[in-house]
Design a protein around this ligand. Structure first.
Ligand code: ZN
Length: 127
């Protein structure tokens, strides 16, 4: 779901310092060494933090978002999206994998390190 804005490939997780207390997960383009992509690697915590901020800003007015997302020809993904927003009737204070799964379509990493969030309702936000 995390896409490289350079080559169009997928980002994958890598664990750094897996044996000590500095253990952290970073995400990088799976083709980085094949294509020499200019997109940076990102810390998982950084991605999550930016998702939470984006989610809370974007969906502050949930009723309006839900009303706009409702269409006569409802897709399964849109239904999931609306369900996620309805069920979590509050701002995110911590990482929630289920909300991420149900609301995000793709996240594209730009060469400058910014993230382009595309949500299931078609909303696109850069952060
Ligand atoms: Zn790439």
């Amino acid at each position: 779901m995390i896409v490289c804005g350079d080559c169009g490939g997928f980002y994958g997780p890598k664990v750094w310092n897996s044996t000590d207390q500095y253990r952290r997960t970073i995400w990088q383009c799976n083709n980085k060494f094949k294509c020499g992509c200019t997109t940076p690697h990102l810390e998982e915590n950084d991605i999550r933090e930016r998702f939470i901020q984006t989610y809370n800003t974007l969906f502050a007015d949930k009723e309006k978002i839900i009303a706009n997302a409702k269409k006569p020809e409802q897709t399964f993904l849109t239904e999931q999206f609306i369900h996620a927003l309805t069920k979590h009737d509050h701002s995110l204070t911590e990482w929630d994998e289920a909300v991420w799964q149900m609301t995000v379509d793709t996240v594209t990493v730009q060469p400058d390190g910014k993230l382009l969030f595309r949500f299931q309702d078609g909303t696109v936000v850069e952060r």
